[in-house]
Design a protein around this ligand. Structure first.
Ligand code: CA
Length: 228
């Protein structure tokens, strides 16, 4: 089945560039140059994924994101946000109604297409949770089991969720704010709440033994589980 991607971007050159790369990779692509145009496209046909620029005239990307999430027809549609500044990233991924992934401009169109593929794959697997693996760590969401090199490891529910989030995004950085939002449900994080993540990561590393070394700290940014 050919996936239908809606690209919402007011800059015509970028819009064309994204479309070109998506179509070259076999995706069906629709485009919208504004938030209101995007709403019309969404009302016509619900896409499989939305690539959404944060800075749009009239209706901005966050408001559009909220509307997509707020409509039962499109609530589960994955969204990849495009942001102009790196400091917007935390705002985007930390928001409760946030995006599934983001890319900071300037970005490589090839990388964006790879992200589109990855996000679509993840969203298709959401219904049937798969066993996650990286460097000797195995996590089975269905049976709620964690093993390191075949040995069972007992985790608290929060530690389990944290490891699942890290494995799910293996190789990518997850901000503390994103983790706080996803696992603890905080929309905004202050210093004390952010430390909660650090404490849980520390315990998780200890419980995982040598495999715990795969969880890398990116100072001031967040955490990443090193993929194979
Ligand atoms: Ca823009």
């Amino acid at each position: 089945m050919v996936a239908d991607v809606l690209v919402v971007e007011d800059e015509a050159d970028i819009r064309r560039l994204i479309r070109l790369h998506l179509e070259r990779d076999g995706f069906h692509c629709r485009t919208a140059g504004s938030g209101t145009e995007a709403l019309r496209e969404l009302a016509a046909v619900v896409p499989d994924l939305v690539v959404l620029d944060l800075m749009l005239p009239e209706l901005d990307g966050l408001e559009l994101c909220r509307r997509i999430r707020g409509d039962p027809r499109s609530a589960a549609v994955p969204i990849i946000m495009l942001t102009a500044k790196a400091d917007e990233v935390d705002r985007v991924v930390g928001l409760e109604l946030g995006a599934d992934d983001y890319m900071a401009k300037p970005f490589s169109p090839k990388e964006l297409v790879a992200r589109v593929r990855a996000v679509l794959r993840r969203s298709q697997q959401r219904e049937a949770p798969r066993v996650l693996r990286a460097g000797g760590i195995t996590l089975d969401p269905f049976r709620h089991l964690v093993q390191v090199d075949g040995r069972p490891v007992t985790l608290t529910p929060k530690e389990f969720d944290l490891l699942q989030a890290l494995l799910d995004a293996a190789g990518r950085v997850l901000s503390r704010e994103h983790l706080l939002n996803r696992i603890w449900g905080y929309a905004r994080a202050d210093e004390i709440e952010s430390r909660t993540v650090d404490v849980h990561i520390r315990r998780l590393r200890v419980k995982l033994g040598a495999a715990g070394g795969r969880i890398a700290t990116l100072k001031g940014v967040g955490y990443r589980l090193e993929a194979e």
